[in-house]
Write a protein that binds this ligand. Structure first.
Ligand SMILES: Nc1nc2c(ncn2[C@@H]2O[C@H](COP(=O)(O)OP(=O)(O)OP(=O)(O)O)[C@@H](O)[C@H]2O)c(=O)[nH]1
Ligand SMILES: [Mg+2]
Length: 230
């Protein structure tokens, strides 16, 4: 079993600010408070997409940031909440909080989804603070920050076939010919330092995965060469 890994930072959207405002109308000298609430920032949601089978997309996308909620405004107008950001991951992806080491979730089921970073709440506008004792509050809240997390995605992959052999016998070359994988190939020993995976399609459209492994030498179980822990 091999583990594909990716480290990314997720930043949920900030809530919009609440508004301080008072009604202004002709012939009404002291209008009441009418500042609306800010909208909610977007949640960052991870969702299983059965069409994916690697974490390759995340090797390039290092930061994922949600949209902020809109600010509230006068006339009791609420700011719009931002739409949630849904990120597709392969079935079987494990999500770990990389700062605490805690498991945030295992996305196993088809279409399963999980909120990984919560968007900030919108701040309340001054209309929300009015009561019998204070009919003209001049306070409103600013929006809450969205959650920020450094996470590690892990995907366990089981290969159907493993290529085992002495160094430089052509294991990586074979994988590069039968699949679309592009492992490093060179004349010197121990070119391959960690397993490479390739997906092979047969003429009759069957599919299997092949793992190209580092070279093994005598004593590998005792740590000779690159050992055999991979
Ligand atoms: N003559 C010949 N050379 C080959 C053949 N297959 C691979 N080679 C060459 O042998 C060298 C080693 O090939 P690799 O595919 O890197 O071998 P490997 O088994 O993956 O080696 P390590 O990763 O170091 O264990 C390269 O220079 C290849 O071009 C072959 O069938 N015939
Ligand atoms: Mg190799």
């Amino acid at each position: 079993m091999f583990v594909d890994e990716a480290l990314i930072k997720v930043i949920a959207g900030k809530g919009g600010n609440g508004c301080t405002s008072f009604r202004r109308e002709k012939y009404v000298p002291n209008g009441g408070p009418d500042g609306g609430n800010g909208g909610k920032g977007s949640n960052i949601i991870f969702k299983v997409d059965e069409g994916l089978n690697t974490l390759l997309d995340f090797k390039y996308k290092k930061t994922i940031k949600g949209e902020n909620g809109k600010h509230g405004s006068g006339k009791k107008q609420y700011g719009a909440s931002a739409e949630d950001l849904v990120i597709s991951v392969p079935q079987g992806t494990t999500i770990i909080d990389n700062d605490t080491g805690l498991l945030l979730g295992d996305l196993i089921g088809k279409g399963e989804q999980l909120i990984i970073a919560k968007g900030g709440r919108g701040g309340r506008g001054n209309a929300a603070f009015a009561n019998a004792f204070n009919t003209a509050p001049e306070i409103s809240e600013i929006g809450e920050e969205g959650e920020t997390k450094n996470i590690k995605l892990e995907l366990k992959i089981i290969a159907d076939v493993g290529l085992v052999g002495f160094p430089s016998v052509g294991k990586s070359t074979l994988l590069s010919k039968i699949s679309k994988a592009t492992p490093k190939i060179a004349e010197y020993h121990f070119t391959t330092l960690s397993p490479n995976l390739g997906v092979v399609k047969t003429i009759d459209s069957r599919v299997f995965t092949v793992a190209d492994l580092p070279g093994l030498i005598e004593g590998a179980s005792k740590g000779e060469g690159l050992g055999d822990k991979f």
